[in-house]
Structure formats: structure tokens, C-alpha cells
Design a protein around this ligand. Structure first.
Ligand code: ATP
Ligand code: MG
Length: 574
């Protein structure tokens, strides 16, 4: 039979598309459970395996589980699903706690560890053996595979399937005591080798593995399998709704089997939803891990990654991630979301709160040849202070004074020697507005021996000062600038996606298909106030996007700015 045959639909659940307005299918299922008295409260959990850093997909799971607990006045647990000692590290535990906390998911006073339940899990396994519902097998992994059958053919019974309960109890105790080598014995659930669902064909529930565990040390040399451990963890904690992703749908009958065999008073219930995938970036833990391990990126929190720590370092906010996850919605069918939607959310989040500052990322000198040598009071060189609003949409953020004088830095691409049609910025003979300042007219430029423009010359019109009410003539272009006399140099990092999944994750030779332009570092000139910026401060740089001060590489008075997102968007809200 086809895999579809073993897929069951969730009782009372509908797909996201059919859900009544405002209630997703998980909420509907919970509503039903509560109204029928299956549960009288809601208790959810986020159960990461500490084998890597969390990413944007996990954020969806965290916010979904936490959000449901809040919505129903229930409880939310953070539980480390640390039953597999091979890949787990305490570094990952620490980073996960930091990320969950940063996202605002309040897990209360206690963090749970699946490994704390090893003794209970063992006891439950013994209980199941006593019922005659589990047995110790001598099959090797290869034999096990061969006996399992296929989608179209039933499996073959294990020769040890009918071992006596006494013998099974004795062997299982000896497995725990360390009498057997890795792989020599397993404990199998006695379910049905002919089941249409392969997961139900006497799955292994315990294996021998002489491994040190980061939490329990050398106390154990047998470890429970995920499908056995997870429902028990849920049951022990009193979880009501065990929400997981779609790949576990076919495992649900086994989940229910374990819960039943363990005889929990209030059995937990598993509900699956579709994973979050982002277009154009890699979200999979194993891809991110590879980039980190091969040192292609600067650690798990490299701002090019969609790990939660990477997004945080890049300058994303928890509220933008929350908004994105809500926009993506909860569904039972697989789909992908646009990276541009995430960018839309952070832009919307930052727009009202960030100060709009002056920074020139690709600087070229602009010289105002008719700028006065000195002011009326003899001040020389002559400098004017101009008022700049901090945020056009949020007047509450006030204004600040910026200095202006004879020599300025402007963006290189705001000047062209030979402009194309509809180019309204500086070119010989053209006049533009310098933001917050005056009209200037381009009078000439200088080039070096390679033909590269090194400076642009202009004259200004004193009548045209911004805010003076000048209405004599209009100009089509406005460009930004910083005053060369007091501008500070700053490192600015511009990003593109490191791997574009749409273009293929791998090259033909099996190497990763990396975008060579994923990181561009420029030396910018920024207005002096920015030199005082602290780690995680966020700003809008006029015309260039939103930026965040890098917490790792910035030093006192020398901030490094990461571009969070540019201002332009290709994303349309549906
Ligand atoms: P692994 O392949 O190592 O198991 P994982 O991404 O499933 O990786 P877990 O630590 O097992 O990592 O995940 C913790 C929880 O996050 C699980 O409940 C899992 O279903 C959920 N989760 C993982 N990836 C996504 C995703 N892309 N979207 C939504 N939820 C996810
Ligand atoms: Mg997993």
C-alpha cells in the first residue's frame, strides 16, 4: 500500500484553509478537547534536542506552543529532549535557553530534561515486558532491516518474539547492567509485524550504547529510542497537547501505543503541523551545522544564518519574528514562506522606533567651492548646524543638530559623469537638494590616473536652505551626505543570502553552492553621534536600510554595523 494509506487525519481537525476565521486547526482540536472534557486545561512544551542551535523554524514551534499555553491560560514547559548522547552538548543547551528566553517564551522556574526520566522510562519498559508486550531481541541491525518488510510486504516475526516474560526481564536487566556490547541486544515493542504502518512493526524501544551522556554521565549504557521516550516525557510532565511537525504523523499510532502501555492517568495527545520553510535560505539544522563546522561562517550566530542567534546578531527583534510566524500561519500542508516576508516584518517593526541617521557607505568627496571661508563672527572654517528630524513618521523621537560645511561625503553612485535618462542626482550642470541643507549645483569633478572620479565640485545657493520656505525653483533629486570635518569611519557589513536554496544547495561536485557576495564589508563615513552606538542599537541609515551594531566585533567608540534589511521591498502583503 502507499504511504498515504497509513496517514490518518486528526480527529476533529481541519486543514488551515478550511478553519473558521481566526481559529487554526490546532485551536479547534483543543477547543473540542476542552468542551468534551478530555482535558480541563492546556499544557504544552517545546522539546528541542540539544544537538545544534535553534533556527527560525524552531521559533515557530516555540511561539506556537507558548502562544497556546498563554491563550488557554495553561502552562508551557521547556524540555531538553536529551535522550541521544552522541550529538548533544551543553553549549547547545545554553544557546537554546538564551534563544527561548529572548523570544519571550516564559517557561517558568524549571527547565526539564528528558534524561531525568531515564529511571521512569526503564520502569515503564519493565512494566510493558511484564504485560508481555515487549521482548529482548538478538537480531543485528541488518537482520532487523531485512525482517522489517516493505511498504507492500509485511515483516517477518523476530525469532525472539516469544521469549518468556521471565527471560525478557532478566535480559533487559542485564542490558542495563552492561553485560552486552553495543548493538548486541535491543528491546522491541511487541505490536504487529504485519501492520500497514511500518512504525508499528515491533519498533525498537531500547538500545545498548556504551556512551557518556552530558547530563547523566556514565549512569546508563542503554538508551530509549525517541518514539518510546517522547510520549513518556510528555506523560510524566502532564502535557496535554504534544505538538510536533508532520513527519511524526505516521508515528502517532506508536505514540498512542506507548501512552496506553504506560497507563498515564491523563494521556497526552499528539498533533502535527507543517514545518516552517523559508525560500532562498537554508533552515535545516544540518546545513547550518555544516556551514559552521567548515568555518564558512563566523559561528552559529553569523548574521547570514537564520539561526535565532544569527537573526538576533543581525538585528532582528523578537516581535518581528513573532509577526512573521503569525503571518505564516499554522497549517497541515507543507509550504514555504518568502524570506522577503520576514524582511517585511522587521522593516515594519523598526520603522517607527529607529532614528534615521546619516551614513555614506561608498563615499566620494563633494566640495562646495563657494562655501564661505569664515562666518560673520569670524569662525573659520565656517560650519553651520542644521536640524534633522530623527524619524519622519514618529515626531516623538525629536530632532538633532548635524554639522554642515565645505567638504562633504556623498555616495559614489549619487554622481554620474554621463547620466542615463531619468537620473536626477548629481551630474555636471544638475542641481539637487542636500538633505536638511541647501541646493547644490554640480560644477565639475576630478579623476585619478585610472579615470576614477575622486571628487565632485559644486556651488550652493544660500537662498535654498531647507525649512526656509524657499520656493524659487524645484529640484528632482535629494541626496544625503555627512560632513567630512567630523564624520567618523565605521565598518559596515552588507549581506546577501549565503545559500540560495532555489538555485540549489549543492554544486555538481557535491560542494555547497555558496553565494560569493553573501558578505560585503565597506568602510563608511557616519555622522559623529553614531560612534557612541552600543551593541544591538538599531538605526535607519538614510536610503541604505536598517542597521544594527554588531555585539561581537564592535569596540568602544568603534561600532561595526550589520545591515538588517534594505529599505526596498519586493514583498507584497496578500
Ligand atoms: P533534528 O533533525 O535534529 O531532529 P529538528 O529541527 O527536528 O532537528 P528538534 O530539536 O528535534 O530539531 O526540534 C525541536 C522542536 O522544533 C520539534 O518539536 C520540532 O518539530 C520543531 N521544529 C523543528 N524544525 C521546525 C520547523 N522548520 N518548523 C517548525 N517547527 C520545527
Ligand atoms: Mg527532531
Amino acid at each position: 500500500m502507499a504511504t498515504d494509506d497509513v496517514k490518518r487525519t486528526q480527529d476533529g481537525a481541519q486543514t488551515g484553509a478550511e478553519a473558521p476565521a481566526g481559529r487554526n486547526f490546532i485551536e479547534q482540536a483543543i477547543d473540542k478537547d476542552l468542551s468534551e472534557g478530555v482535558y480541563d486545561h492546556v499544557h504544552t512544551r517545546f522539546p528541542p534536542e540539544p544537538n545544534g542551535y535553534l533556527h527560525i523554524g524552531h521559533a515557530k514551534s516555540i511561539l506556537l506552543n507558548y502562544g497556546l499555553a498563554v491563550e488557554y491560560g495553561g502552562t508551557f514547559n521547556l524540555r531538553f529532549d536529551d535522550t541521544n548522547p552522541t550529538k548533544e552538548k551543553s553549549e547547545f543547551v545554553d544557546s537554546i535557553i538564551e534563544d527561548v528566553t529572548w523570544l519571550g517564551a516564559d517557561y517558568g522556574d524549571k527547565i526539564y530534561y528528558a534524561s531525568d526520566y531515564f529511571e521512569e522510562m526503564y520502569d515503564i519498559a519493565v512494566k510493558i515486558i511484564r504485560k508481555g508486550h515487549a521482548y529482548v531481541s538478538d537480531l543485528t541491525a541488518e537482520e532487523m532491516r531485512a525482517f522489517r518488510g516493505t511498504l507492500t510486504e509485511p515483516g517477518v516475526n523476530d525469532p525472539n518474539r516469544d521469549r518468556s516474560i521471565e527471560e525478557n526481564l532478566d535480559l533487559f536487566a542485564r542490558m542495563r547492567a552492561g553485560e552486552f556490547a553495543d548493538g548486541e541486544k535491543t528491546l522491541r515493542a511487541k505490536i504487529d509485524m504485519a501492520s500497514s504502518n511500518i512504525n508499528m512493526r515491533d519498533p525498537i524501544i531500547y538500545r545498548v550504547a556504551h556512551l557518556s551522556h552530558q547530563h547523566t554521565g556514565d549512569a546508563w549504557c542503554i538508551y530509549p529510542m525517541y518514539d518510546f521516550a517522547h510520549p513518556i516525557e510528555d506523560g510524566i510532565e502532564g502535557i496535554t497537547h504534544s505538538i510536533c511537525t508532520l513527519e511524526f504523523e505516521d508515528h502517532r499510532p506508536l505514540y498512542d501505543w506507548v501512552v496506553k502501555e504506560a497507563e498515564f492517568e491523563v494521556p497526552p495527545r499528539q498533533i502535527e503541523f507543517a514545518k516552517l520553510y523559508l525560500n532562498n535560505v537554508v533552515t535545516g539544522k544540518r546545513y547550518i551545522k555544516k556551514l559552521v563546522e567548515e568555518k564558512i561562517v563566523d559561528g552559529w550566530d553569523d548574521p547570514r544564518l537564520v539561526s535565532i542567534s544569527g537573526l538576533r546578531r543581525r538585528g532582528f527583534t523578537p516581535s518581528a519574528i513573532k509577526k512573521f510566524v503569525e503571518m505564516a500561519g499554522i497549517s497541515k500542508s507543507q509550504s514555504t514562506n518568502e524570506y522577503a516576508a520576514l524582511e517585511y516584518c522587521i522593516r515594519e517593526d523598526l520603522k517607527p522606533d529607529c532614528s534615521r541617521m546619516l551614513a555614506v557607505l561608498d563615499p566620494i568627496k563633494l566640495v562646495i567651492d563657494n562655501w564661505p571661508e569664515s562666518g560673520d563672527d569670524g569662525q573659520s572654517p565656517y560650519v553651520e548646524m542644521l536640524e534633522a528630524p530623527n524619524n519622519l513618521e514618529n515626531p516623538g523621537l525629536g530632532t538633532r543638530m548635524v554639522s554642515f560645511g565645505k567638504e562633504l561625503w556623498i555616495e559614489r553612485d549619487d554622481f554620474m559623469e554621463e547620466p542615463p535618462k531619468k537620473y536626477y542626482r548629481l551630474y555636471p550642470g544638475n542641481e539637487v537638494r542636500l538633505m536638511y541643507a541647501y541646493y547644490v549645483k554640480c560644477t565639475g569633478f576630478e579623476k585619478d590616473e585610472n579615470g576614477k572620479v575622486t571628487a565632485v565640485h559644486c556651488t550652493y545657493d544660500p537662498e535654498t536652505k531647507s525649512g526656509s520656505g524657499f520656493e524659487g525653483r524645484k529640484v528632482k533629486g535629494t541626496i544625503h551626505w555627512v560632513h567630512a570635518a567630523d564624520a567618523k569611519k565605521a565598518e559596515v557589513r552588507l549581506y546577501e543570502n549565503i545559500i540560495d536554496e532555489e538555485k540549489g544547495v549543492y554544486n555538481e561536485d557535491g560542494s555547497l553552492n555558496l553565494n560569493p557576495n553573501s558578505l560585503t564589508t565597506v568602510e563608511a563615513y557616519v555622522e559623529p553621534a553614531l560612534a557612541q552606538a552600543k551593541a544591538f542599537d538599531r538605526f535607519q541609515f538614510v536610503r541604505n536600510g536598517f542597521f544594527c551594531v554588531d555585539y561581537k566585533d564592535s569596540t568602544e567608540g568603534k561600532p561595526v554595523f550589520n545591515r538588517i534589511v534594505s529599505l526596498k521591498s519586493s514583498f507584497k502583503l496578500k
